[in-house]
Write a protein that binds this ligand. Structure first.
Ligand code: ATP
Ligand code: MG
Length: 249
């Protein structure tokens, strides 16, 4: 429950957890992207969202972040329906950087949290070191490679000191060493009491990081289980097929 204690200390007793999806449906025109999602995200080890391309992982993250509204049903954060919150941070599948240096992108995030200038430089340096980008701190962020931008986006999200951190495939374009670095950061962040909700198509990674798994197929939760349970004895035929590497559509 470190998470809760942390939330209380930092945010005057108002926690965003648990996040409860209650028959939440998201439609775009005639297309149903998420279909009656009922799911509770609780404090603890990372929740991993897995499922085929187009199954709704990114959309579920945006809904949980409060960036989009449910067409039907609802989402509550710590029992409240207020969508916007400084306690949640997100790394997009394709992060968008400000037209400034890497370090200035982090300092901007720190400034928006009211961190003093001197402190900004110190914290930005520590965050860039943590993600292995300190040597690139003065490079324009948009000139960084895809993988470097993903790590910068992670540092920027951590700068917000979130209670809940949503990560949408944060290692999708990273090499093995950078992937390991990001996984180490995710683990350390979770150990520090931050709730991580992360989409990944890397099953090995999901196994390494997950406390629980949410398996999506065609916009529905096909299965939610403890990680140990899911990977050893998946309950649904879809999950069995997916774990075997069969195409699930
Ligand atoms: N604004 C939109 N309008 C219409 N369809 C959309 C919209 N946003 C998403 N979709 C569709 O909803 C489905 C789910 O998309 P989403 O990006 O959530 O999937 P995903 O599981 O993250 O996929 P991937 O593994 O490829 O990242 C896709 O078929 C997508 O084309
Ligand atoms: Mg996605």
């Amino acid at each position: 429950m470190a998470n809760f204690v942390r939330g209380e200390r930092m945010h005057g007793g108002m926690s965003d957890l648990p996040i409860a999806f209650e028959r939440a449906t998201v439609r775009a025109g005639a297309v149903t992207i998420l279909d009656e999602i009922t799911l509770t995200v609780s404090p603890g080890a990372p929740t991993l969202l897995i499922g085929p391309n187009g199954s709704g992982k990114s959309t579920l993250i945006k809904l949980g972040m409060g960036l989009i509204d449910a067409s039907e049903g609802r989402v509550t954060w710590g029992g409240r329906t207020n969508a916007a919150s400084p306690r949640r941070a997100m790394v997009f599948q394709r992060p968008i950087m400000l037209r400034r240096s890497a370090v200035a992108n982090i300092e901007y995030a720190l400034a928006s949290r009211g961190v003093s200038r001197g402190e900004q430089a110190r914290r930005a340096d520590a965050l860039l070191t943590q993600v292995g980008l300190r040597h690139l701190k003065d490079r324009p962020a948009r000139r960084l490679s895809g993988g470097e931008q993903q790590r910068l986006a992670l540092a920027r999200a951590l700068a917000c000191d979130p209670e809940v951190l949503f990560l949408d495939e944060p290692t999708a374009s990273l090499d093995p060493a950078s992937t390991k670095a990001v996984e180490d950061i995710v683990r350390a962040t979770a150990d520090a009491g931050v709730k991580v909700v992360m989409a990944s198509h890397d099953l090995g990674q999901a196994k390494r990081l997950a406390g629980d798994v949410v398996f999506l197929v065609r916009g529905r939760v096909a299965e939610q289980a403890r990680s140990a349970q899911f990977f050893v004895a998946p309950a649904t035929p879809e999950a069995k097929a997916f774990l075997r590497g069969d195409l699930v559509i």
